[in-house]
Design a protein around this ligand. Structure first.
Ligand code: GUN
Ligand code: ZN
Length: 448
């Protein structure tokens, strides 16, 4: 069944023509003007799931006579979005009210996740989740499953059928956990290891060791998972860190010998390049510096943070304390309320604005693409529209509703165009999504 449904990989060469948008560098480091490479009439050559060339349409067409062309007119071709922190089993509890994180986990999340011992439920959710990703131009994500190994199997099977590059892991939790969701230090290690052996590096799949957070893991479990990561250093590690003040107090009560929340993960070897810490809202400057020094990444989850009342992540203060720190963007579905990276970028803009800072559209788009691939240690393969990268792309209708179209009549430059998307676009802007060169989503024409 797996082979039968796997997407065709051996494609002939074809060309996508339209506006193109790539990053020549990191706008946080070299400034937006230098970092953004935009072409009004560009073209992308794709072959066998890879980007072969990107350039001016006239040059590309001349060099590729007779190669089929898909002409997207003035739509924008760019790398697909990367969502570095999301929970596929929490689809069905988006928009569930609570008094805050712990209440939400107990009231909504744990009962929902408990159903994922049922493979049929897991399969159905995994399928729906991936379709939502494609609808929103998300071509890669780092995904939390549930404590049940079969939830991970179902997810990777669905991802494999679509030949999409996804990271995922079994959530590990042995403390402060309902008995129907609890594993142990040993079963967390054994089951995670078996899943790594089965899936990591198979096709486009990547494994992420996933202790839920320090409140639901005993020191013994964190120790076991730290050992597992040392034994399998190419996998990712994802967890939650400093999301709410109440959580921090509870965590420090549970792990009383530590001075800070981050230090707990650090002491068990659960940090470094390939570690992705979700939220990181209430960190001290010492924690920020230590994270940056380790090479780990922050997953900024602004729609989640606003919806849950967790706090407003301060990107500016974080970067001031640790200029090299890597901050990427994430939906955090289902505490996060949208699959759309436009909604996520908009919420990131608003969070920064509340701290008195204007987030540049190039910075927001960078965090939602290149920043994500860097956090996942995949930046040599995807996250940008450049030759040699996997052809995980989306095509954006920049005038996807009459209001945006009207606003763009006054746009003075490409940054105005990007900013209007952040503030006003939703999934209707995603005209097409390509995964490894295969079209996986196509929207009927809606241009104004
Ligand atoms: N902290 C621990 N588990 C979770 C979760 O599932 N979602 C969020 N937002 N925070 C968490
Ligand atoms: Zn989360």
């Amino acid at each position: 069944m797996k082979a039968e449904l796997t997407m065709k990989e051996d494609q002939g060469r074809f060309i996508l023509r339209g506006q193109t948008f790539a990053f020549a560098g990191n706008p946080f480091e070299i400034g937006a003007q230098e970092a953004v490479d935009h072409r009004q009439d560009g073209a992308v050559v794709v072959e066998s799931g890879r980007i072969i060339a990107v350039g001016a349409a006239t040059d590309i067409l001349e060099q590729n006579m007779g190669v089929p062309i898909v002409n997207y007119g003035d739509a924008l071709i760019m790398a697909g979005f990367i969502d570095v922190h999301t929970h596929y089993p929490q689809l069905d509890i988006i928009a569930s009210n609570s008094q805050g994180l712990v209440d939400w986990l107990q009231k909504h999340t744990f009962p929902c996740e408990a159903q994922f011992d049922d493979q049929t439920i897991a399969e159905n959710s995994a399928e729906f989740f991936l379709e939502q990703c494609f609808l929103n131009g998300v071509t890669t994500a780092s995904v939390y499953c549930t404590v049940h190994p079969q939830s991970v199997m179902s997810f990777f099977e669905a991802a494999t059928r679509r030949n999409v590059c996804m990271a995922a892991g079994k959530v590990c939790m042995d403390s402060n956990t309902p008995s129907n969701l609890a594993d142990t230090a040993q079963t967390a290690y054994d089951q995670s290891k078996a899943l790594i052996d089965c899936w990591h590096g198979v096709g486009r799949n990547h494994y992420a060791i996933t202790p839920r957070f320090a409140l639901t893991s005993s020191p013994a479990q964190l120790e076991a998972l730290g050992s597992l990561w040392r034994e399998h250093p190419t996998v990712l590690m994802q967890t939650h860190l400093s999301e709410t003040k109440d959580e921090i107090a509870r965590v420090l009560q549970q792990h009383p010998t530590y001075d800070s929340y981050y230090q707990i993960y650090q002491s068990f070897g659960l940090t470094g390049a390939g570690a992705i810490f979700g939220h990181c809202i209430h960190l001290s400057d010492d924690e920020r510096l230590a994270i940056a020094g380790s090479g780990a990444a922050i997953a900024h989850c602004p729609t989640s943070n606003a919806f849950m009342g967790s706090g407003l992540f301060d990107l500016e203060a974080t970067r001031r304390a640790a200029p090299d720190i890597l901050v990427s963007l994430a939906s955090d579905v289902g505490a996060g309320v949208s699959f759309s990276m436009f909604a996520t970028m908009r919420a990131a803009y608003e969070a920064a604005r509340f701290h008195g800072v204007v987030l540049h559209p190039a910075e927001a788009f960078w965090m939602a693409t290149c920043g994500g691939s860097k956090a996942m240690r995949l930046d040599d393969r995807l996250g940008n529209l450049t030759a040699g990268m996997d052809a995980d792309l989306m095509v954006l209708d920049l005038k996807s509703n009459p209001l945006i179209a009207r606003r763009l009549a006054r746009a003075e430059n490409f940054f105005d165009v990007l900013f209007a998307q952040i503030i006003m676009a939703d999934e209707r802007a995603v005209k097409a999504t390509y995964v490894a060169g295969n079209i996986v989503h196509q929207r009927a024409q809606v241009s104004a």
